[in-house]
Design a protein around this ligand. Sequence first.
Ligand code: NAD
Ligand code: TYD
Length: 360
Amino acid sequence: MTAKTILITGGAGFIGSALIRYLIAETACHVINIDKLTYAGNLESLTTVANSERYHFEREDIGDAAAMTRLIDEYQPDAIMHLAAESHVDRSITGPAAFIETNVKGTFTLLEAARQYWEALDKERQAAFRFHHISTDEVYGDLEPGRLFTEDTAYAPSSPYSASKAASDHLVRAWHRTYGFPVLITNCSNNYGPNHFPEKLIPLMILNALAGKALPIYGDGQQIRDWLYVEDHVRALYCVLTTGQIGETYNIGGHNEKTNLDVVTTLCEILEQLAPNKPAGVTNYSDLITYVADRPGHDLRYAIDASKIQRELGWQPQETFNSGLLKTVKWFINNSTWVENVSSGAYQQWIDQHYEAPAR
Ligand code: NAD
Ligand code: TYD
C-alpha cells in the first residue's frame, strides 16, 4: 500500500512530530497534521517541516465531528494515523475526564467521520485506505516476571490513561469486525528521545539534573519499563502502515527492560560526561536522586515481545538503549531554546503568535 496523503492526528506531540519529520524527510507523502494544541502540542517541534509544500497544519479537536468530516472530505487522505491523545498517566490520575473525552469519545468521533468517508470512496481507493490506531503496551497491565506481552495477551489496564487507551483499541477493532473498516493497531512500549515533554521520566530527569533540582523516584524505583527510541517507533509505524495486514495488531518494543532507578542512574552517568560543569552545590548528579511517594496503581513491569513485527514485516530497532539515551541527552543540551520555551510556557504564546487559522 502506498499512501500519498496521510492525515495525522496529534502531530504536534512528541511521537507525532517525530513521525511527521520522518515522513517529510524520508517519503514523498503529503502530511495533514490535525492537532488541538493542548499543553502537549508544540509547533516548535515542527519548525524543520513547517515550510514544506507537503505539510499542512489544522488546529482542531478530534472530538469535533463536523470539523473531522470537513477536513477528511477536504484533504481526501489515503490513510489516517491516529496519535492524538491525552498521554500522561499522572495527569490521568488527578484529572481523568480529559482522557475519556479525547481518547475514548474523540477516537469514536474520528472513527465515524473516517468510516463515512471510506464508505463513499471508489472501490480502488477503498481497498487502499488504512486507519492506523497508535496505542500503548500499558493496555496489557502489570506483567509478572519471566513473561512478555504478545498480541494475544488479555487487556488488563490499571490507570485511567491505559483504560481509556484500551477502550479506544476496542472501538477500533469493533469498527473492523462490524463494518469491515480497514484498521491497523500498534501497541508500543515507552518511547524516549528529542522533543519529549518534560513531565515524563527521561526528559524530566535530564532537565532537573541540569538545573540542580531533585530527581523524584516513585516508590523504590524498581518498576520496569521497556524503552524504545522514538525514531525507531516512527520507522515501525510507517512499516506497519505500508506493509501491515488489515485487522492485525503489532506490538512494538525495543528489548530494553530497565528499572526506573537504572534509567536515572545511567542518565546521571551520561550527564557527568556531557555536562561536567554542574550547578552550584551539586557534587554528583546522582546525589539529586530523591525517593518520593509511589504513584497509585503503579504497574510494576512492562515488556514487549516484538517478534511478530520483526518476523512478518522485517522491522527491528536501530538504536540500543545507550546509543538512544546518549542522543537524547545531547539533544536536550543542544536545544536550549526549545527547552526554555517549554519550561517557561512561552511555546504556547509562540503558537498564538505564529499560527493563524485558515479562513474558510
Ligand atoms: P503527547 O502527549 O506528546 O502528544 C499528544 C498530541 O495530541 C499533542 O500534540 C496534543 O495537542 C494532541 N491532542 C490531545 N488531545 C487532542 C484532541 N482532542 N484533538 C486533537 N489533538 C489532540 O503524546 P505522545 O507521547 O506523542 O503519544 C502519541 C500517541 O502514542 C498517543 O496516542 C499515546 O497513547 C501513544 N503512545 C505513546 C507512548 C509514549 O511512550 N509516549 C508509547 C506508546 C504509545
Ligand atoms: P512515565 O514517563 O510517566 O511513563 P509511564 O507511566 O507511561 O510508563 O513514567 C515512567 C516510569 O517512571 C513510571 O514507572 C513512573 C516513573 N516515574 C518516576 O519514578 N518519577 C517521575 O517523576 C516520573 C514522571 C515517572
